[in-house]
Design a protein around this ligand. Structure first.
Ligand code: CP
Length: 313
């Protein structure tokens, strides 16, 4: 594997989830794999889990890890070719990617969607320009359209749950005061394509995800109907895809509550975090034994270690 931009880069999804599970059981078994190798993590947006778990993953493999926060530590990067750089951007990605490649053996990049320009977001400009000029593998730590490390960790969490042979898994939109990207919803949906499950997406009208990603998957606009008999409920907000980046509703009708969870089959509750309490989900759900959010965050380390091991191999 030369890069990890989406789950499609994995040659064997099941083997990758199993590798993450094996590393979780025996975290230091590959500590020689990354010896004398350097992992560089470039953050253009905030992070808690991705930043710490990917550092930890690199160290489990024996790697040195360097982290840079581009929002306040680095020169502002220019991505356009043949531009006259007389504005605020001081460094071109052409030099930056080549320079970073000299210091690192793998480079992780987090660069969210702008949510203002769909075409530009879907071009994944930051990732693609780094790939163009870098000479080392690039690891997607959440881009405009995908968060594959989260999805792989979620697959591990699902694998660890005691679920029926073909569980009902519901990805439900939930309220949020800010416009959020589609990356987590996209990658969770893609990931569910690898799992034998009755998978349903529930979201209000106007909030359907990219139809190229949801093709063949039931998308319903009635949350109560979707939650009936669910074995897993994965909550996530995303802004409108059609009315790109817009917030179309501000009510709390779609917030997950203990009353709604009662309609499920004692479903496990999942969310990638961070989560706004009593906006996305009420305390009663998040603090219940059904909540798997902390274990999901724990599994980020082992999913990242599995991907790094594959990239280094
Ligand atoms: N789930 C996730 O990616 O968390 P962070 O944004 O804190 O990294």
């Amino acid at each position: 594997m030369k890069q990890f931009l989406t789950l499609d880069d994995l040659s064997n999804f099941d083997a990758q989830v199993q590798l993450a599970k094996d590393i979780k059981a025996n975290p230091y078994q590959f500590e020689e794999v990354g010896k004398r190798k350097t992992l560089g993590l470039l953050f253009f947006n905030p992070s808690l889990r991705t930043r710490l778990s990917t550092q930890k993953a690199g160290r489990l493999l024996g790697m040195d890890v360097m982290v840079m926060n581009f929002s306040n530590e680095a020169w502002a990067i220019e991505y356009e070719d043949q531009t006259i750089m007389e504005g605020l951007r001081s460094e071109h990605v052409k030099e930056a990617a080549q320079v970073v490649s000299q210091y690192c053996d793998v480079v992780g990049i987090r660069a969210f969607a702008t949510l203002t320009d769909k075409e530009k977001d879907e071009s994944e400009q930051v990732l693609q320009k780094f790939i163009k000029y870098a000479s080392v593998p690039i690891l997607n730590m959440e881009s405009a359209t995908a968060h594959p490390l989260q999805a792989l960790a979620d697959a591990l969490t699902l694998k660890e749950l005691e679920l029926p042979k073909k569980p009902k898994v519901v990805l439900t939109w939930a309220p949020h005061p800010k416009a959020l990207p589609h990356a987590v919803g996209n990658s969770f949906t893609r990931m569910m394509g690898h799992i034998d499950a009755d998978f349903v997406i529930a979201n209000p009208k106007g909030y359907d995800l990219d139809p190229r990603i949801t093709k063949g998957i039931p998308v319903v606009h009635n949350q109560a109907e979707a939650l009936k008999e669910a074995d897993v409920v994965y909550a996530k907000n995303w802004s409108s895809y059609d009315s790109y980046g817009q917030i179309l509703r501000t009510d709390n009708e779609w917030m997950l509550t203990p009353g709604k969870m009662k309609q499920t089959n004692n479903a496990a509750f999942m969310h990638c975090l961070p989560i706004r309490r009593n906006v996305v989900v009420s305390d009663g759900v998040l603090d219940s034994t059904h909540s798997k959010v902390i274990e999901q965050a724990n599994n980020r380390t082992f999913a990242a270690a599995a991907v790094l091991k594959t990239l280094l191999s």
